[in-house]
Ligand binder design. Structure first.
Ligand code: CO
Length: 179
């Protein structure tokens, strides 16, 4: 074989080999990325299921809800045991009741919008509409006041709780699970 063609063969082989090496290296990197992504997804799933487990473990008979001058409840989800559930709402704010009163109403998720509309024109009864859709409610509370709702008669399910003081429900609203 001539010197040149030997050199060419060698060059060709080198190119093929290095192609293989780089090719497999690239593949490995992709696999590593996939593995990293998979573990990230697993991590997120684990966190979510841990959160669910925590909520389930916290399902109890007494839940405390607080509300203050920031127009928010302390939590947007509550979990109660079926047959014994109670929610105690405490107004921990300082603003007068006429400006920043808080209450809590419990309704089926599907009844939320209709109940909100009815509450707007129920000023005389502290924004509690006379409706069977209101499954439980507290008094409208001023600073330092509290009231407890008895939810022991509610069947297991998912409900909505909210403050019916005008303008509050967009921020003061949460999901109640009874199980
Ligand atoms: Co409120």
């Amino acid at each position: 074989m001539a010197r040149t063609s030997k050199w060419l063969l060698c060059l060709t082989l080198t190119t093929v080999l290095s192609g293989c090496i780089f090719g497999s290296k690239k593949e490995t990197t992709t696999h590593e990325n996939h593995a990293a992504m998979k573990s990230k997804v697993t991590e997120i799933k684990d966190t979510a299921s841990a959160e669910v487990a925590k909520t389930a473990a916290n399902a109890n008979c007494d839940a405390e809800l607080t509300a203050g001058d920031k127009m928010q409840y302390n939590t947007k989800s509550l979990s109660l045991k079926q047959g014994c559930g109670k929610i105690t709402l405490k107004n921990i704010g300082k603003a007068p009741k006429v400006a920043m009163g808080h209450n809590v109403l419990v309704v089926k998720e599907a009844d939320y919008a209709a109940t909100m509309t009815a509450a707007m024109s129920a000023r005389k009864t502290d924004f509690i509409p006379a409706s069977e859709k209101v499954l439980a409610y507290s008094k409208l509370l001023g600073p330092g006041e509290e009231d407890t709702l008895d939810l022991s008669k509610l069947p297991a399910g998912t409900y909505t709780y909210f403050c019916s003081f005008p303008g509050h429900a967009s921020l003061m609203k949460g999901v109640l699970t009874i199980k």
